[in-house]
Design a protein around this ligand. Structure first.
Ligand SMILES: NC(=O)c1ccc[n+]([C@@H]2O[C@H](COP(=O)([O-])OP(=O)(O)OC[C@H]3O[C@@H](n4cnc5c(N)ncnc54)[C@H](O)[C@@H]3O)[C@@H](O)[C@H]2O)c1
Length: 275
């Protein structure tokens, strides 16, 4: 059951990449309410087009296909890409080449606003004892985080040179509910994800701004004070899930890097070789 729309503002055509993925499927039904046409893209199957949907399968590393994707859209929600720690080659193609292709296609098509799905793993080697802000420099916890840091730099370049505005949304953990103790700090509810995306799309002056994609959690490692101009007000919290999460995970190894660092298990996932 969807809540009431969070804004009455409507767009002509929005592009959602990564539309077949976990968050893509969540936003697919929610974004349809805010635009006349929702263009959906992915390399994975997208199913049937519903009313108001336009399906355009594309691999992000295919620059010609990505150019076609950006034509005639008002704004982009860029979720597509590798979302876990993996071998370098798929990360290179989807997140490095793909993100460059997306911004270059936006420039050529005159698209002026991008919601870029960055990640908390851009900063995964900050400690869980630290609260980091929107001007905190990257400290990636692996190749995936490194590729998202590259994406943030591409966005900054295309803002400085061409005025394309971006929100660099360092998403925490966006799932139906927090699964472990770490996610009590990093959780982002699906309703808050929608609020965040629509705040980014509708704020008059976005600039090129880092914002952490988290709900209003009691335990917090991220300070969104530097992104107040976006007007994102989370309304959910991980707190109602705390008792169940702590019952499942009553003890933590305090010397374990996955407990020490914000990136959790990603800080020691891999390396994956190229074979
Ligand atoms: N879910 C989270 O909690 C979370 C946290 C941090 C960041 N993010 C970021 O948000 C975005 C969406 O996350 P998700 O959980 O839905 O991930 P997901 O892996 O479920 O979805 C990503 C989608 O991108 C597509 N894709 C992969 N490589 C591609 C390529 N080369 N060309 C075209 N499409 C390609 C996949 O087919 C997939 O459908 C990702 O960019 C991810 O890195 C998500």
């Amino acid at each position: 059951m969807l809540r009431e729309p969070v804004t009455s503002i409507r767009f002509g055509r929005l592009l959602l990449t990564g539309a077949a993925g976990g968050l893509g499927r969540v936003l697919r039904e929610r974004l349809a309410r805010y635009c006349d046409v929702l263009r959906l893209s992915d390399v994975a199957p997208l199913g049937e087009a519903a009313a108001g949907e336009e399906l355009m399968p594309a691999a992000l590393q295919d620059s010609a296909a990505v150019r076609a994707l950006l034509e005639g859209v008002d704004a982009v929600i860029h979720l597509g890409g590798v979302s876990t720690e993996q071998r370098w080659e798929p990360i290179l193609q989807a997140n490095i080449v793909g993100t460059y292709n997306l911004y270059e296609a936006a420039r050529l098509a005159g698209v002026k606003r991008v919601v870029f799905a960055s990640s908390n793993h851009v900063c995964g080697f900050y400690k869980q004892s630290e609260v980091i802000g929107t001007d905190t420099p990257p400290r990636p916890d692996g190749l995936y985080g490194l590729s998202k840091a590259f994406g943030e730099d591409v966005a900054q370049l295309y803002f400085d040179r061409y005025g394309i505005e971006s929100a660099l949304v360092r998403i925490g953990s966006s799932f139906p509910e927090p699964r472990d103790r770490r996610m009590l700090a990093s959780w982002l509810s699906y309703d808050d994800l929608e609020r965040l995306v629509m705040a980014v799309l509708t704020t008059p002056a976005l600039g090129c701004s880092v914002i952490y994609g988290i709900s209003d959690n009691k335990t917090r490692w991220y300070d969104n004070g530097g992104a107040a101009h976006i007007g994102y007000r989370p309304q959910d919290s991980s707190e109602p899930f705390r008792a169940a999460v702590e019952a499942r995970q009553p003890r933590l190894d305090l010397g374990d890097p996955t407990t020490i660092y914000q990136g959790g298990a990603f800080v020691r996932t891999g390396p994956f070789t190229q074979d």
